[in-house]
Every structure is written in C-alpha cells, then in structure tokens.
Design a protein around this ligand. Sequence first.
Ligand SMILES: [Zn+2]
Length: 93
Amino acid sequence: MNEFHLTKPDWDYKEQLYLEPCSSCDCGRYILYMRGNLTYFKGANEPEYFDKFIPTASISVGDMYDLFANVCEKLDIERAREDLEEQLDREGN
Ligand SMILES: [Zn+2]
C-alpha cells in the first residue's frame, strides 16, 4: 500500500500518545492512548486527567493504514509550507 518506511525515531515518540494491542479481548485491534489534554473528552483538561493517558480510540490494522496515509498527507502539506516559508525568508533578507 505504501512504499514509505519509517525508521524508529530517536526522540521519545511515545511521550504524548501511543498504540497498544487491545488486552481486554482478542479482537486484534489496537487502542490509541493519548494524554488527556490532547483529547476532547469532557473534563480531560482537568488537572486529574491532563497528563494521564486516556484510551481514546480502538482501531484496526486497516484503520492504522488509513491513519498513516492521513498523517503522511498532512506532513507533506506541512513540509511544503515550511519550505515555502524558508524560501520567502531567504528572499526577504
Ligand atoms: Zn479487543
């Protein structure tokens, strides 16, 4: 599906969110855990949950490919925007 292969990043890439296989049944899905402050759950911005990892979504392997494609699309846009900004900065100076 996608020829793009990520190597393991050298930063703490599970600092804000992470995926774990579902452990409550054998559905084969993954649970996306996110810090409370990243979610839209009611009360998740309260100090009690702000930094806590909250199970946010249950996603299949197919959903992960979908999420990956969505993320790649947005990162391409962000990279293009950064390149354009750098170019404008160079021309402005
Ligand atoms: Zn399950």
